[in-house]
Design a protein around this ligand. Structure first.
Ligand code: ADP
Length: 205
C-alpha cells in the first residue's frame, strides 16, 4: 500500500454538506473524492461485509475501526490500480474518514494531512431536517429515522470530534456550513488550493 498520500480531510457533523462539497471538488482535475459512506454503500448487500455494514449503520453506529481501515486501504489501492487516483499528482479528498482517534492513528502511516476543512453548523435541528429530506432522495434508510440520526450526531460528538485534536491545529480551517453551496465551495477552495498546488503538477496529464 502506498504511503504519504497527500490528503485533505473534510470534517464535520453528519448532514453538514461534506458529500455535496466533496463531490464538486472531486470533479476538479487533481482532486479525488473518497467518501467512506459511499464506499460502504457500494458493497454487495448480500456479502458478509455488506451485512456487517448494515448491522452498524442501521443503528447509527460506526463500523469497527480495523475493518473500516482495511476496506479503505483496499479501496484506495483499487483507485490507484484503475488509474482513477494518481498519488504523485492528485490530492486525496477524504470524506468520512478518519472518524475515530483509532482510525486517525491507523491512517497516520498512509496519509499526509495537508489541510482539514471543518464544516461547522451550530444548528443541530437544521442538520436533522436536512438528513430527513435526503433520506428518500438518496435511498438512505439510516437517514429516515430521527432516533438513528440523533444517535449518529451523538456518535460524532463522542468519537469523531476528538479526532481534530490528533492533528496539528495549524492544518485545521473552520468554515461556516450555512450559506449557498457556491459560497461555501469558494471558501473551501481558497483554503485548499494553496496547499494542493505543489501536489497537482500536471492536472490534465
Ligand atoms: P453521515 O456522514 O451522513 O453520517 P456517511 O454516508 O458518511 O454518513 O456514512 C454512513 C455510515 O457508514 C455511518 O453511519 C457509519 O455506519 C458508516 N461509516 C462511514 N464512514 C465510516 C468510518 N470512517 N468508520 C466507521 N463507520 C463509517
Amino acid at each position: 500500500m502506498a504511503h504519504n498520500l497527500q490528503s485533505v480531510l473534510l470534517f464535520g457533523q453528519p448532514g453538514v454538506g461534506k458529500g455535496t462539497q466533496g463531490e464538486i471538488i472531486g470533479s476538479i482535475p487533481g482532486f479525488v473524492h473518497l467518501a467512506t459512506g459511499d464506499m460502504f454503500r457500494g458493497l454487495d448487500r448480500d456479502s458478509e461485509l455488506g451485512q456487517e455494514f448494515i448491522k452498524y449503520s442501521s443503528q447509527g453506529l460506526l463500523v469497527p475501526d480495523e475493518l473500516t481501515c482495511r476496506l479503505w486501504q483496499q479501496y484506495v489501492q483499487g483507485l490507484i490500480d484503475t488509474n482513477q487516483y494518481r498519488p504523485n499528482s492528485d490530492v486525496l479528498l477524504l470524506d468520512g474518514i478518519p472518524r475515530s482517534v483509532a482510525q486517525a492513528e491507523l491512517l497516520d502511516s498512509h496519509i499526509d494531512v495537508l489541510r482539514i476543512i471543518h464544516l461547522v453548523c451550530p444548528d443541530t435541528d437544521a442538520l436533522v431536517e436536512r438528513m430527513k429530506k435526503r433520506a428518500d432522495k438518496q435511498g438512505r434508510p439510516d437517514d429516515a429515522d430521527e432516533d438513528v440520526i440523533r444517535r449518529r450526531l451523538q456518535v460524532y460528538h463522542d468519537e469523531t470530534q476528538p479526532v481534530l485534536a490528533h492533528y496539528d491545529p495549524s492544518t485545521v480551517v473552520e468554515i461556516d456550513a450555512i450559506g449557498l453551496p457556491g459560497e461555501i465551495l469558494q471558501k473551501i477552495l481558497n483554503s485548499i488550493i494553496p496547499v494542493a498546488r505543489d501536489v497537482i503538477q500536471n492536472p490534465l496529464g
